[in-house]
Write a protein that binds this ligand. Structure first.
Ligand code: NDP
Length: 291
């Protein structure tokens, strides 16, 4: 059985550093603040919001939630979003997604100030991730995977990494982050031919497809590192990942569970981004430019 990569252990170590950073900002007269914008009351959103508020409180970041009705129209939604976005007291803005069907996310991706875009919604931050420019903010989940691999001492340089999933939220940005660390990256999707073989050849396999238990034991190479990003509900109504954990753990050298894996790290990454954004805003104020 492989080593269990527990998200909480990673988050606990990150917490100490985050608390120190928040204290230093406060000594400089800056009160770091995250604004969460939620439309409607999707259980996933409410659960993520609870986790984020708890994490922000734990490290000393203010957290404001703007709750909008689930049936809000595009115009009013954009107005409300812009208000939060323009609030000078707010250093980071997190819009909970996906949005209800009547809303188009594209305009707000362009509206959000890139320097407040702590979960990589803006094309500016996405481009920075692809360019390997560390001044941008990556998507928290993709960075959470990187934090987990770093914490467990999983080397990336020259290793074969297979990422299953190519979304802009996880698969693609994560692939770029891995590439920036000199991994040899293969990105898989629904049209990949012979997925089991491509997965089996990986030293490090990252599942981000959103398909319950699709990664079976025959897709895991002996001694591979397996990180599971998926959050799904199985046939018994229990949370599970994309990896068939019970079968894969026999072959993996390291493996992350779901729940209590990657998902437990994302709000710590988010807190880190808010602190960085607050620090940068403080520096801009000192030299008299921008928001
Ligand atoms: P998307 O649905 O946007 O993307 C899924 C990707 O997986 C697509 O690229 C798709 O390929 C690929 N895929 C789906 N099925 C298969 C398959 N059978 N074989 C190969 N590739 C497949 O999902 P997200 O990226 O937003 O999320 C992925 C998972 O991560 C979900 O379970 C989600 O809940 C979870 N998640 C977890 C977070 C956390 O904090 N832990 C945060 C965000 C997401 P194609 O492009 O060809 O359609």
């Amino acid at each position: 059985m492989g080593v269990l990569m527990k998200g909480i252990d990673v988050a606990n170590v990150m917490k100490e550093k985050l608390i120190c950073e928040a204290e230093m900002l406060k000594e400089d007269g800056i009160s770091p603040c995250l604004a969460i914008v939620r439309v409607g009351e999707r259980p996933d959103d409410l659960s993520y919001e609870r986790g984020a508020r708890k994490r922000m409180a734990m490290v000393g970041i203010d957290c404001k939630v703007t709750e909008l009705p689930g049936d809000i129209g595009q115009e009013e939604f954009e107005e409300m979003f812009q208000k939060v976005n323009d609030d000078p007291k707010v250093h980071g803005v997190l819009l909970l997604r996906p949005l209800p069907v009547q809303l188009d996310e594209e305009p707000v991706k362009r509206m959000i100030h890139p320097e407040k875009d702590v979960d990589c919604m803006s094309p500016v931050n996405a481009a920075k991730i692809f360019a390997g420019d560390k001044t941008g903010y990556g998507p928290c989940t993709a960075e959470a995977v990187m934090e987990m691999l770093k914490f467990y001492g999983v080397g990336l340089k020259g290793r074969n990494v297979t990422v299953v999933g190519r979304s802009m939220v996880v698969g693609k940005p994560l692939s770029m982050m891995l590439l920036n660390e000199h991994a040899t990256v293969t990105v898989c999707h629904t049209r990949t031919v012979n997925l089991p073989q491509v997965c089996r050849n990986a030293d490090i396999l990252i599942a981000a497809a959103g398909k319950a238990k699709m990664i079976t034991a025959d897709m895991v190479g002996d001694g591979a590192v397996v990180a599971d990003v998926g959050i799904n509900v199985d046939e018994d109504g229990n949370l599970c990942g994309d990896v068939d954990f019970a079968a894969a753990e026999e072959k993996a050298s390291y493996i992350s569970p779901v729940p209590r894996g990657v998902g437990s790290i994302t709000t710590s990454v988010l807190a880190g981004h808010v602190l960085r954004a607050a620090g940068a805003a403080g520096s801009r104020t000192k030299i008299g430019i921008g928001r």
